[in-house]
Write a protein that binds this ligand. Structure first.
Ligand code: NAD
Length: 598
């Protein structure tokens, strides 16, 4: 059985399913109807025990009479069903798509935007921009909720794994590990290729879900989906190999069960860089995705199932911080692979250290872009602003600090101001938008408070993007990109990552001073330098205490074949990326042989 970690799932008596993710997705009509009918049937079942208003008004929503007559029919039929006639339902099947021209496919037309709370505790939502979710009998109210950051609408509510669920998930992974690791590596690689094909098939739907659930711009989301498929193909072609050293044969063996705990900001590619090398090397994985991107996790896991990954080899443990903590504390987990904030990473590392388990940490950054007076300033400004606002300023490698040689400071500030002023804050699904929302209203409140504090401490705002001007969106999470100058040396904004598009500008007079200021933060993830001097470029790669250096390029550069990881508070020295990732998911074994004596 393919499982989401939950005994309730095994009993078949729960809870949430994403029935029709994201309006405007071209879903197969019959699947949408099945999902709608099922959801409605549940409502019908509830209605048979609790008085309800008839059929289409069941949701209490003024738009419930959908303009799509077939959908409405399905809904009404479903509504009229009784508990005993609820059809057998494969919740995963809803995600399947029909191939062909997207424009030719029917679209789900779900216009309700209101949650219906049943007296019995059953719930059904039909939300226009996101999805229908259904909570079924036996549902737990302990759920994590992800919301579209641009609208505030619910995208998914997912039950939180209990301690027993987490233990069971790890046990299932352990049971699956031996048979999976015993397969020829080429067979495992084939599953990765099938996964890549499915990601490519569902490119539009997955990208739309990334936009809806974490607020990435559509072009960024497309890039993330494409990169996920490309990474799967790459790992299928670059298998963990063996080599000769002296008389020994050095082989790589999988570690066993890998716990992968991931953040929301790149909800496909960050986990992909964990599970792809781990799986092809023969490990089993228990994945705790961010509570803010669970719908994407569910959709991705479904593709693995469809690709033929055997049951148990990739287990999903949905939930929040406590679930992550429980998973990392599981005594039989052989390796912890964590991406997230530095504070959380350090907490997680404690679990690994306590039992000498392998631990791979990819953490936060406070990344500098250093501009010398011999640089192409227009190009530097383009690179700095685009790296500051990528993923709406929520990338571990985002540009956070511009360090500029004093003689060109005014010119650079002017170039930055022009670009920041031209940004368009808006709907991340709209191709004209250049800056979307932060992940949550709480993230915006943090950024607002930090800005207010630092201005109170003497800093000056030198540029700010225009505010949101789209009444149909919920402004709660929208934060205009901001450039600040004059931040005092000891200020927290120069010492701690603020995950928002705030760029500080500082000046320097000497090259040595530039390297010193850049290295003053506790982090060591990424940096960029803009110069026409070969000597300065050489010094940058020597002197900057970071894992990624861009020379006349953005500081958030990354390529699949290159190592990706940071120094100091940004990581623990096990990079991801390319074949470097195999060091985090395998152990080396030296095998010495001699001819058998007869
Ligand atoms: P976070 O640390 O709050 O959460 C990351 C994951 O850890 C989530 O799944 C969360 O539920 C889980 N978690 C939270 N507390 C936990 C605990 N005590 N024990 C175990 N698991 C726990 O980070 P976030 O806000 O989701 O992501 C943003 C952070 O991630 C930023 O600091 C960013 O720089 C960093 N990041 C780093 C990289 C990298 O490759 N270096 C990439 C992306 C994001």
């Amino acid at each position: 059985m393919w499982s989401v970690a939950s005994p309730a799932a095994a009993r078949g008596d729960l809870w949430l399913r994403i029935v029709a993710p994201v309006l405007d997705l071209p879903l197969e009509r019959s699947k949408v109807e099945a999902g709608a009918a099922y959801g409605a049937a549940l409502l019908g079942a509830v209605a048979s025990r609790t008085p309800m208003t008839p059929s289409r008004r069941a949701c209490g929503c003024e738009n419930a009479s959908s303009p799509d007559p077939d959908w409405r029919l399905a809904y009404e039929e479903g509504y009229n069903a009784t508990a005993s006639s609820i059809p057998p339902f494969d919740p995963w099947s809803i995600h399947k798509r029909v191939p062909g021209d997207a424009a030719q496919r029917p679209r789900p037309l779900l216009r309700c935007a209101q949650a219906l709370e049943q007296p019995s505790g059953h719930r059904c939502w039909c939300t226009s921009l996101t999805s229908i979710v259904v909570m079924m009998e036996g549902a737990s109210d302990n759920v994590v909720t992800s919301r579209n950051p641009a609208t505030g609408a619910i995208v998914a509510e997912t039950p939180v794994s209990s301690p027993e669920d987490v233990t069971q998930a790890v046990q299932s992974a352990r049971d699956a590990f031996r048979p999976w690791s015993s397969l020829p590596v080429e067979d495992r690689a084939e599953v990765l290729v099938r996964f890549a094909e499915l990601v490519e098939r569902d490119r539009n739907e997955l990208a739309a879900l990334v936009v809806a659930e974490v607020g990435k711009l559509r072009a960024e989301a497309d890039g993330e989906v494409d990169w996920t498929a490309a990474s799967a193909r790459w790992y299928a072609e670059h298998l963990p190999g063996s080599e000769r050293r002296g008389t020994a044969m050095v082989i790589r063996r999988p570690l066993g069960v890998v716990a992968a705990v991931t953040p929301w900001n790149s909800p496909m590619i960050t986990p992909a860089w964990k599970w792809l090398p781990a799986l092809v090397a023969g490990n089993a994985v228990v994945w705790k995705p961010s509570e803010l991107s669970t719908a994407i996790a569910l959709a991705t896991v479904e593709l693995w199932r469809e690709a033929g990954l055997p049951a148990g080899v990739l287990e999903l443990a949905p939930g929040g911080a406590e679930t992550g903590r429980m998973l990392c504390a599981e005594p039989s987990v052989d390796a912890i692979h964590f991406t997230g904030s530095t504070d959380t990473g350090r907490a997680v590392a404690g679990f690994a250290a306590a039992r000498s388990a392998r631990c791979v940490l990819e953490l936060g950054g406070l990344n500098s872009a250093i501009v010398f007076d011999d640089a192409d300033l227009e190009h530097a400004a383009d690179c700095i602003v685009s790296a500051a606002i990528a993923v709406n300023g929520q990338k571990c490698t985002s540009a956070r600090r511009a360090l500029v040689e004093r003689g060109v400071e005014a010119e650079l500030l002017s170039a930055l101001t022009t670009r920041i002023g031209a940004l368009r804050l808006g709907d991340p699904a709209d191709p004209a938008t250049t800056l979307g929302p932060l992940i949550t209203p709480a993230a915006r409140a943090r950024a607002d408070a930090e800005l207010e504090r630092v201005v109170g401490a003497g800093a000056v705002i030198v540029a700010r993007a225009p505010a949101l001007d789209e009444p149909r969106l919920d402004e709660a999470a929208f934060f205009p990109a901001t450039v600040v100058r004059g931040v005092p040396l000891a200020d927290p904004l120069r010492r701690r990552e603020l995950f928002a598009p705030v760029l500080t500008v500082e000046s320097f007079d000497r090259d040595d001073e530039a390297w010193e200021i850049a290295n003053e933060t506790p982090y060591g993830l990424a940096a960029a330098v803009y110069t026409s001097s070969v000597e300065r470029a050489g010094a940058a790669q020597e002197r900057l205490e970071v894992g990624v250096v861009g020379i006349n390029r953005r500081c958030d550069s990354a390529e699949l074949e290159a190592p990706f990881g940071g120094a100091k508070a940004s990581g623990n020295g096990f990079p991801e990326g390319g074949e470097y990732a195999y060091s985090g998911v395998t152990m080396l074994k030296a095998v010495y042989g001699a001819q058998a004596r007869s």
